[in-house]
Write a new protein. Structure first.
Ligand SMILES: [Mn+2]
Length: 381
């Protein structure tokens, strides 16, 4: 059986003021759907964080509807989805008991849990165990078990309640932070304070475990427990990561082989470092990427972002690590005993640490002050 494992779509994500829905639609329509067809996929797994928030924008919902319809109703491939910590389990579960009959398996709300779902290939059954994201407090309530204190306790209890028969080949789908996994900047912690990590050893009975939550593709604890990673790069900290889908082949005896097929997004997310002038003058074939500019200049760049956006319309952020702020420009003086001229000189030094104001510049400022004070006296200002 050949499974496509994907996770953390975060549909409707807002990235530096831009909704990424069109970029997400591009990757899903132009790359994921053809992959499902061309690779002869028998089942698709989406391991949580379908949406970026519990109340997603309408066009994000429309996109998920469109993609899910193409996978299940049109391509006839079973589609397994669990809710992640960003999803509303209740909203995601709408219609889940009906959709199950169409090969669209959604596990969100605990009361409506479905599965284990059993599919068959030439060698027999493969069971899919769906474990949506669950808070320890919700698990305590659902299982009526006061001893559940941590995410690890909750998962152990959850796994125990969803046994799928021992001889069978089994695929587990879960949304957790597995200990030893490497985090990225775009994940929301599963708990504030306390430990949210679970031991990957909890998954040792499964043939393959398809995880969601960590946005970098990686294996944890062994080759059969994996994160597929997010659909796109959702922070600049991820700019060197490759995003894509994991293809998992499960053989007759429950042996697995995995491969990673990368996506090529319509607009990449990357960091560009250098001097402002060099960046503006340099040749760049991908000026429509989302870019964080890390300018190595020491002097301030007037309207730097606006100028960068003329060449790079998706310029998202600007950092100047070498900017010397503070030092001579610090407020180590008494504001009330300082003249306007001294104040401006202090400001100029903070902005241009490499040189003092010239006499001509000082004279110009003096004229402006004199003119302004005069106009103020005349009641013009
Ligand atoms: Mn996520």
């Amino acid at each position: 059986m050949r499974i496509l494992h994907t996770a953390d779509w975060h549909l409707g994500k807002l990235f530096y003021g831009d909704y990424l829905t069109d970029d997400q639609a591009y990757v899903l329509t132009e790359q994921l759907l053809p992959m499902i067809r061309d690779e002869g996929i028998d089942a698709v797994v989406l391991a949580g964080d379908v949406y970026d928030r519990s109340l997603p924008p309408a066009d994000a919902v429309a996109l998920f509807d469109e993609i899910a319809t193409k996978i299940t109703a049109e391509a006839g491939v079973p589609f397994f989805v669990i809710s992640g910590n960003h999803d509303s389990a209740a909203r995601l579960s709408f219609g889940s008991r009906m959709l199950e009959k169409q090969g669209f398996y959604i596990a969100g709300e605990l009361d409506k849990l479905i599965g284990p779902v059993v599919l068959h290939d030439a060698y027999g059954p493969v069971a899919f165990v769906l474990l949506p994201f669950i808070e320890p407090a919700a698990a305590r309530l659902y299982f009526g078990d006061d001893t559940i204190r941590s995410h690890e306790d909750a998962l152990a209890r959850f796994i125990d309640s969803r046994r799928a028969g021992t001889a069978m080949r089994t695929v587990c789908v879960a949304h957790v932070f597995a200990a030893g996994g490497e985090s990225s900047d775009s994940e929301r912690p599963l708990s504030i304070g306390g430990s949210d990590a679970v031991s990957p050893a909890l998954f040792s009975d499964y043939t393959y475990t398809a995880l969601g939550h960590l946005h970098g593709p990686q294996q944890v604890g062994g080759p059969n427990v994996r994160y597929a990673g997010s659909l796109l790069k959702y922070s600049f900290g991820e700019w060197r990561q490759k995003k894509g889908a994991v293809i998992v082949d499960i053989d007759e005896k429950g042996g697995t082989a995995t491969s990673f097929l990368p996506f090529s997004p319509r607009h990449d997310v990357r960091v560009v470092e250098g001097l402002f002038e060099d960046i503006m003058a340099g040749e760049d074939l991908h000026t429509d990427d989302y870019i964080l500019f890390r300018l190595t200049d020491t002097a301030p760049i007037l309207d730097g972002m606006a100028k960068l956006r003329q060449k790079y319309p998706r310029a998202a952020a600007l950092e100047m690590p070498n900017r010397q702020s503070g030092g001579t420009g610090e407020r180590d003086f008494d504001l009330h005993r300082t003249t306007e001229r001294q104040l401006f000189e202090s400001f100029a030094t903070a902005m241009m640490p490499d040189r003092p104001l010239t006499e001509a510049e000082q004279a110009c400022m003096d004229d402006l002050w004199t003119d302004m004070l005069q106009r103020e006296g005349d009641g013009l200002l």
